[in-house]
Design a protein around this ligand. Structure first.
Ligand SMILES: Cc1ncc(C[n+]2csc(CCOP(=O)(O)OP(=O)(O)O)c2C)c(N)n1
Ligand SMILES: [Mg+2]
Length: 282
């Protein structure tokens, strides 16, 4: 949002994160399935992105001076749609079209279809490289916009991610803020077992990034980390490594073993929505 709304109190952020989770569950209910666990896990970092950190104008998603939010991970589209709905870039009633023919909200995100969606991600490991290119372009235009790139722990398996990590520090991209969603899940099991990624902080630091690691479901910690990333004085790219919980806010999804793609019985969507309401802290 523009500067006025970017200073939202953390109570407001709690409400925003709750609403993002609610929108995602409603979209899941419309289709009976989806990558809902990721949306529930990433709702807090999306709330802080869209209601604390990013400068943008909901009525003009292509405003030249906006900060960019690049979603690497096409299958997280439902999470981004939920944030864009909450940010009023996408109308609320459009969530009812999620995943249907001719919808602007396809199950796998397509930038050309959806207002506020900056890039099309699908093939893992492309987003950070695209963000590096955008940061170089913005610097040439002497723009003061930031580029945020949300990538998943599964994308740490991709060599292209590490090429981008290396080039971002080579080019001293202080307008780049990467956010890594460490939910320790991917399609084939736990990320740490598929391909070990620790010590993840040391690795990013070794590549020349200003590196922070936070509980990605702690709004206060996220606010501090996003502020520090933005105001960090050195000419280097910044990364916020966020440990999140898949399914956060819905106990039976939090404890589920395989949550990469969720199908639940029809009545369970209402159970999930009720659980979310019951756990509401404001
Ligand atoms: C280059 C590439 N390889 C494989 C896939 C297939 N794929 C889609 S999602 C996924 C899991 C990725 O891990 P992550 O994003 O951490 O999964 P999540 O946390 O959402 O479970 C894989 C391997 C892909 N989209 N792109
Ligand atoms: Mg993951």
């Amino acid at each position: 949002m523009t500067a006025t709304l970017s200073r939202a109190s953390s109570t407001t952020l709690v409400q925003r994160a709750h609403n993002i989770r609610h929108h995602a569950l409603r979209m899941g209910q419309v289709q009976g399935q989806g990558y809902v666990g990721q949306a529930l896990g990433a709702a807090d970092l999306l709330a802080v992105s869209y209601f604390h950190a990013l400068n943008y104008k909901p009525e003009d998603p292509e405003w030249e001076q906006r900060d960019r939010f690049y979603l690497s991970i096409g299958h997280y589209a439902i999470a981004l749609y939920a944030a864009l709905i909450e940010a009023q870039i996408i109308p609320l009633d459009e969530l009812e079209t999620y995943g249907s023919d001719d919808s602007r909200l396809p199950m796998s995100g397509m930038a050309a279809y959806t207002p506020g969606m900056e890039i099309t991600g699908g093939s893992l490991g492309q987003g950070l490289g695209i963000a590096v290119g955008a940061c170089l372009g913005l610097k040439r235009k002497q723009s003061s916009s930031f580029v945020y790139n949300l990538l998943s722990d599964g994308e740490l398996n991709e060599g292209s991610t590490w090429e981008a990590v290396m080039s971002a520090s080579h080019w001293k991209l202080d307008n780049l803020i990467a956010i890594v969603d460490i939910n320790n899940q991917q399609a084939d099991g736990h990320s740490s077992e598929v391909l070990a990624f620790e010590p993840i902080v040391d690795r990013w630091q070794a590549f020349g990034w200003f590196t922070q690691r936070v509980d990605g479901n702690d709004l206060d910690a996220l606010v501090k980390a996003f502020d520090a990333a933005r105001s960090h004085p050195a000419a280097q790219p910044r990364v916020i490594i966020c440990d999140t919980k898949m399914g956060k806010g819905v106990p039976f999804l939090e404890t589920r073993e395989k949550t990469h793609f969720i199908r639940v019985d029809e009545h369970e969507w209402d159970v999930a929505l009720n659980n979310l309401e019951e756990g509401k802290t404001v």
